[in-house]
Each structure stands twice: as C-alpha cells, then as structure tokens.
Write a protein that binds this ligand. Structure first.
Ligand code: URA
Length: 282
C-alpha cells in the first residue's frame, strides 16, 4: 500500500475524499494500490503525442475522463522536435559555460527579448542546486517580479500544498524555475520567440542541476520541454526526455486555481511523476 503522501495536506486540498475512495476501490479489487507500479510498467508503450493543437495560456480543460490518459509507460515517448533558429550562437555557447553566479548576472542584464523592458528583475529560480526534482513553470507574475522568486503568489501556495501532500518541498528536493525569467506584461503567455530567447538559461540550469526528473507545469513548459504543441490532456501520463532527463507534464497551478475540480488530475500526475522518478533513479 502506498503511504507516500501526506493525508492532512490532502485534506487541506480537499482531495482526500477522492483519494480515499480510489484507495478503497483498489482494496476491493484486491490490487492494494491505486496504480501498482509493476502494472504500469508492464503496459504497452504509449503512442507518440498527437500533432499540434491550438496553444492556450496555462491550460485548457479536457472535458472527458477524470483520470489522465492512464499512465502507460516510463519509456520516453518520441518527441516531435521543434526546429530552433539560434539567433546568436555566441550568446548560447557563452551561457552554456556559466556557473550559478554567472547565470544570475547574465540574466539580470539580459536584453535578448522585449520582456526586459518592463521587468523589475529577472527571476532565475529557487531551490537546491543539486535538487533531484526540477519543476518548470511559465514565467514570473507580478509578485515573483517584485520578490525575485518563482511561484510566490497564489499559484505558488497551491503548488507548495500539492508538493507537501506528496512529501516534497521547494528548497529541499525541489528546484523551481520558469521558461522565461522576466515577467510578461499583464501575465500574458510568453511568445515562442521569448521562450526561445530564454532557453539557454533554462538549459544551463538543467545541465548544472542534473535533476532526476523534470515536471513541466502547464502548456508553455510542456511545449518547451516535449517539443510538442499537443494538448495537455494528451501529453499527460507519459514520459518525455529533454537534455537526457525524463520529463513529465501536468497542469499549471493557475489552471487549478481557476478550475479546482482539476486538482485531482494534477494529484494523479504528481503520483505518476513520483513513480517515474523512482524508475529514473534506478
Ligand atoms: N506562474 C509561473 O508560471 N511561474 C511563476 O513563477 C509564477 C506564476
């Protein structure tokens, strides 16, 4: 029986009744766990993500099933690679050599895209620099821009609560970063060009941290890290690979704030991520 979560935190999130029901059902079926890891691994490899669907900020609801397209395999799904035009190869290779202080300085002075114009500060990331988990969001909001740390607003509080329910904590085993380091005005979705201009920073963070698993939070991070513009509903429940690191995808916490009923799906994604993490750490 999986006891790898914090029941009190799940009650706070109002998720406990659902989890309790699932666990009861699993017991009645005699499986003992909601998603036995061996069964998950034994399932056939999931198909490649479907081709492009319209992008949306943070996430769009899947109206069908309440479970993810059930987790099927930890084998990375084939990725439809985006073609990237590197505007300034010298800048890319310079950033690829930086240490943490260099990354901080370079991002603070960065003018590679228009987002620098209205930022108060670049928000690089937070957490242990050797964290085994890396969570990647979209970009700083107003509070993050003010304070200089990712996910400190409402969405961050929900993220921390979900992490705590799963026995994880930012600053301990989790590093949190964003696709773009500067706040998009009015919290709009960063453009593909802005995400690409900022990619050398995220890539260098990944290379320095060398996490065991990356969790993409929402559509912008999922597109960046899987190379697919498929819907979140079709990307969930599978593993991908970015710079040699397994990647899983879940909804952005802001989407869960707007659609609290989707919290259960995020919880299921987090449980899938934990199993993918164990598989990756073997
Ligand atoms: N949303 C994000 O994607 N990142 C943050 O840091 C805050 C809100």
């Amino acid at each position: 029986m999986n006891t790898d979560f914090n029941e009190d935190a799940l009650r706070e999130l109002e998720l406990w009744p659902y989890i309790a029901l699932q666990r009861q059902a699993a017991l009645v079926e005699g499986t003992g766990t909601v998603e036995p890891e061996d069964a998950v691994r034994a399932r056939p490899v999931s198909p490649a993500p479907s081709p492009a669907s319209p992008a949306a900020s943070h996430e769009q609801a899947s109206t069908q099933q309440s479970r993810p397209a059930a987790p099927r395999s930890f084998k990375p799904a084939p990725v439809a690679k985006t073609i990237e035009v590197v505007a300034d190869p010298a800048r890319v290779s310079r950033i690829a050599q930086l240490d943490w202080q260099g990354l901080k300085d370079e991002s603070a002075a960065c003018q590679a895209c228009g987002l620098c114009k209205q930022r108060k500060q670049a928000v690089l990331g937070v957490g242990a620099v050797d964290a085994p988990w890396l969570l990647v969001g979209e970009g700083p909001g107003a509070e993050e821009d003010q304070i200089g740390e990712p996910f400190v607003g409402q969405a961050g509080k929900l993220l921390d609560a979900m992490l705590s329910a799963a026995g994880l904590q930012r600053g301990r085993e989790v590093y949190i970063a964003n696709v773009v380091k500067c706040r998009p005005p009015g919290n709009r979705t960063p453009s593909a060009e802005e995400a690409l201009a900022c990619a050398p920073f995220l890539d260098r963070q990944i290379d320095l941290i060398k996490p065991k698993l990356i969790v993409a939070l929402g559509k912008t991070a999922a597109t960046r890290l899987t190379g697919s513009e498929a819907s979140m509903a079709s990307l969930r429940g599978k593993t991908y690979e970015y710079r040699g690191i397994p990647v899983v995808v879940t909804y952005h916490p802001s989407y869960m704030l707007r659609t609290p009923t989707e919290k259960l799906k995020s919880w299921e994604d987090l449980m899938f991520a934990k199993r993918a993490f164990v598989a990756a750490a073997r």
